[in-house]
Design a protein around this ligand. Structure first.
Ligand code: PMP
Length: 289
């Protein structure tokens, strides 16, 4: 596999980062997870824009322009003959001292990996996921703001550990007020009648790009789409619940805290949106070839 590293396409074995990189020492950096479908990169512009917003929020100056970064993502796909896959774009703070001071790190490291991902087993897209709500809270907005897609995912990892130890693969994190924020690496949606609801970003959700696409598709299907503050009550009493994310795509949640959601299978709205999403990935995106 060829990796893009700071201006060069290098073999995987040569793609190395210093042990003094603050991305490693402190999780100091930002990233994006992007998908390619049918030879096109899906919603690339939106991912690039969010990367630069995340970087700006942590006062990290990415050493290349968004236009060049866009070209680099496409070039890395091309170098690996990738048509369908998952791209990981990482910008670390770079090499520094053993102290925290990010301003002593003068060369941010830019990495693009064009590979593959399978977040959940295929059969779960038919059967639906079991989730639990966990004790680990979503970061407070004035701590590491959840809108920043930073390399520091320890809070999400702690939530994931709780889920796995509870015997399920995924979880819902609540915010400090007890309202639903999101899953460990996905956004959450509730279907109630003809309403399609998702927590606003200020409740502790990443402004997911799949979330945005699903909101557009839902509106196109005549659903009343809106952001709403949701509690566990809304999850337990929902007609349908599903998660969205670049890696996860759209996956139904059929059990939460051992309670059955809807009739215990991914519902019609989840299925219709999944079909529309799949169609969209066939029709749009930045060409790789
Ligand atoms: N929330 C979190 C915490 C995430 O890391 C992600 C991305 N994996 C998402 C939501 C979904 O965002 P997107 O649809 O842009 O991938």
């Amino acid at each position: 596999m060829k990796i893009y590293l700071n201006g060069a396409m290098v073999e995987e074995q040569e793609a190395r980062i210093s042990v003094f990189d603050h991305g490693l020492l402190y999780g100091d950096g930002v990233f994006e997870g992007i998908r390619a479908y049918h030879g096109r990169v899906f919603r690339l512009e939106e991912h690039i824009a969010r990367l630069y917003q995340s970087a700006k929020a942590i006062d990290l100056r990415i050493p290349v322009s968004p236009e060049d970064m866009t070209g680099t993502v496409v070039a890395t796909c091309r170098a690996n003959a990738l048509r369908d896959g998952y791209i990981r774009l990482v910008v670390t703070r770079g090499v520094g001292t053993l102290g925290l001071n990010p301003y002593l790190c003068t060369e941010p490291q830019v990495i693009v990996i064009a590979g593959a991902i399978q977040l959940y087993p295929k059969d779960l897209y038919e059967k639906g996921l079991a989730l639990v709500t966990v004790g680990t809270l979503r970061n407070h907005a004035e701590a590491v703001n959840p809108r920043i897609k930073s390399l520091n995912y320890l809070n999400n990892v702690l939530a994931k550990i709780e889920a796995i130890n509870a015997g399920v693969m995924e979880c819902i994190l609540l915010n400090a007020q007890g309202y639903v924020a999101e899953a460990s690496g996905d956004n959450v949606f509730v279907v109630r009648g003809d309403a399609l609801l998702t927590p606003p970003a200020w409740c502790g959700a990443l402004a997911g790009i799949t979330r945005e696409v699903v909101m557009e598709l839902g509106a196109g299907q005549g659903l009343r789409v809106r952001e709403e503050v949701l509690s566990r009550y809304d999850l337990y009493t929902a007609d349908e619940v599903f998660l969205t994310g670049t890696a996860a795509e759209i996956i139904g949640a059929v059990q939460i805290d051992r309670r059955t959601i809807g009739d215990g299978t991914p519902g019609p709205v989840t299925r219709r949106l999944s079909a529309a999403f799949s169609d969209l990935t066939r029709q749009s995106g930045t060409p790789i070839a």
